[in-house]
Ligand binder design. Structure first.
Ligand code: MFU
Ligand code: CA
Length: 173
């Protein structure tokens, strides 16, 4: 795409014409025509899905469970906590559409073995979607949970580095 840009003569920094942020107006700059790639959607965020109450966001940055949780919380959300089949299948469809096979969700039994909880510290209640044979705590070291593209859950090691889904409440109450 051909675009008119301003180039800082000292630093070589460019700025799209009309964009007021960025360059130091005190330094000399020139306007040139430059061939730039069209603006790209983020490679790190795979669109967004929503229910009436929440937004869901796949983050395509590999992180362990805790770092993933911190990433979601720093942005005002949480790791996704599917609490019914409708939400779980929405997330599964989203994972598939993104071409992924697995993501961390906000479920773990870090506090007490075999007592899986959501990461908001509420226990699993009416709903879970374990794959056949799961959770198996393989090799005695699986306290976190991944959602596989068929929607099934599998307990995995928390230090695994994989993509993850954040959720954000639309409003309180
Ligand atoms: C199953 C899963 C484990 C792990 C392993 C490769 O155990 O339960 O979490 O994914 O396969 C046999
Ligand atoms: Ca397992």
């Amino acid at each position: 795409m051909l675009e008119k840009v301003k180039v800082d003569k000292e630093t070589g920094e460019t700025q799209r014409i009309g964009d007021v942020s960025g360059l130091d107006p005190k330094r000399p700059s020139v306007e040139i025509l430059l061939c730039l790639p069209p603006p790209q959607p983020s490679r790190l965020i795979a669109g967004i899905k929503e229910t009436e109450e929440r937004f869901y966001l796949i983050v395509k940055e590999g992180k362990n469970y805790n770092a993933a949780l911190v990433h979601c919380r720093d942005r005002g959300g949480s790791l996704a906590m599917p609490k019914d089949e409708e939400t779980n299948s929405l997330i599964a469809a989203y994972v598939n559409k993104t071409g992924l096979s697995r993501v961390f969700i906000g479920v773990n039994d870090l506090e007490k073995e075999r007592q899986f909880m959501y990461t908001d510290s509420t226990p699993l209640q009416n709903y879970s979607h374990w794959r056949p044979g799961e959770p198996n705590n393989a090799f005695g070291g699986e306290d976190c949970v991944e959602l596989v593209s068929d929607g099934g859950w599998n307990d995995v090691e928390c230090h695994l580095t994989i993509y993850f889904v954040c959720e954000f409440l639309k409003k309180n109450s």
